[in-house]
Every structure is written in C-alpha cells, then in structure tokens.
Ligand binder design. Structure first.
Ligand SMILES: [Zn+2]
Length: 148
C-alpha cells in the first residue's frame, strides 16, 4: 500500500523545495484554512489582518494569535461550540417537554374549572331553593321581634 502523502496543499510545488519544508508549510496551511472562531462572540468570522493579528468581523475585536492560526484555545473553542449546540438541542427538547407539561396542566385546570362551574351551578340551584325557603322564613321572624 502506498504511503499517504503529508504534503496536502503543497503538492502544487511538485518535486521542489524538499520534504521537510513542504510538510511543515502544508500543516500550517491546513491550520490556516480551518474555520477560526472568535473567542469573544463565538462566531466563525475571524479574519487574519496581518501576521499574528486577528480581527472579528462580527464583534470587531482585534487580538494577537499565531502568525497563520489563532491560539491553541481556539481548537478547544470549536469542541466547546459542538457541546454548546448539543446542549442547545437538549435545551430545546426540555422547552418542548415543559410546553407539553404546561398545556396538560392548563387542560387539567380548565377541566377542574368546568367541574367547579358545574358544581357551582348545581349548588346555586340548590342554594336558590334554600334562599327562597330562608327568605320566606326570615320575614316571619322579624315582625315577632318588633312586636316583642
Ligand atoms: Zn467576535
């Protein structure tokens, strides 16, 4: 099996300039072509202004990094970004579950309200009969007190 070439983008120089140099520059160019993520706003809008100077087109922050790459922490940032997206998906799922639970609770509350309203109607019907009876009874008692 043929040995895998480490030259990558440096294949464009053919047989010139030597193996060591081409391998080193190929590694640099590969890193340079990564998507570089801003350490301040996490957008992948970093541009290399000059040797070692990086500018974010999103938030405008300017800072010193490597000549052709952002500092090593940037790779960690990329992993963190994956974690963030995963956690965000989890967060959306949690939100959906919460919304479903809230709707169920609302339905239960509406059912309870409907049951209460039905019970109240029944009670009113019963209570109105009681009130009628009481209203009939009360006037009969009051005149007695006045007389006494
Ligand atoms: Zn930024």
């Amino acid at each position: 099996m043929a040995k895998k070439s480490k030259f990558g983008s440096m294949k464009r120089y053919g047989v010139r300039y030597g193996r060591r140099n081409k391998e080193k520059v190929a590694a640099l160019e590969q890193e340079y072509r990564f998507t570089h993520i801003c350490p301040h706003c996490n957008y992948d809008k970093l541009k290399r202004l000059s040797v070692g100077i990086w500018v974010c087109e999103k938030c405008g922050v300017k800072f010193a990094g490597k000549a052709y790459a952002t500092p090593k922490k940037q790779k960690l940032k990329q992993e963190e970004k994956k974690d963030i997206s995963e956690s965000f998906e989890n967060f959306e799922k949690e939100l959906e579950e919460q919304r479903i639970a809230r709707e169920e609770a609302r339905k239960a509350r509406e059912e309870a309200k409907a049951a209460e309203a039905a019970a109240a109607e029944k009670a009113e019907e019963e209570g109105s009969e009681d009130l009628v009876e009481e209203s009939v009874e009360e006037p009969t008692e009051e005149p007695k007190e006045v007389e006494a």
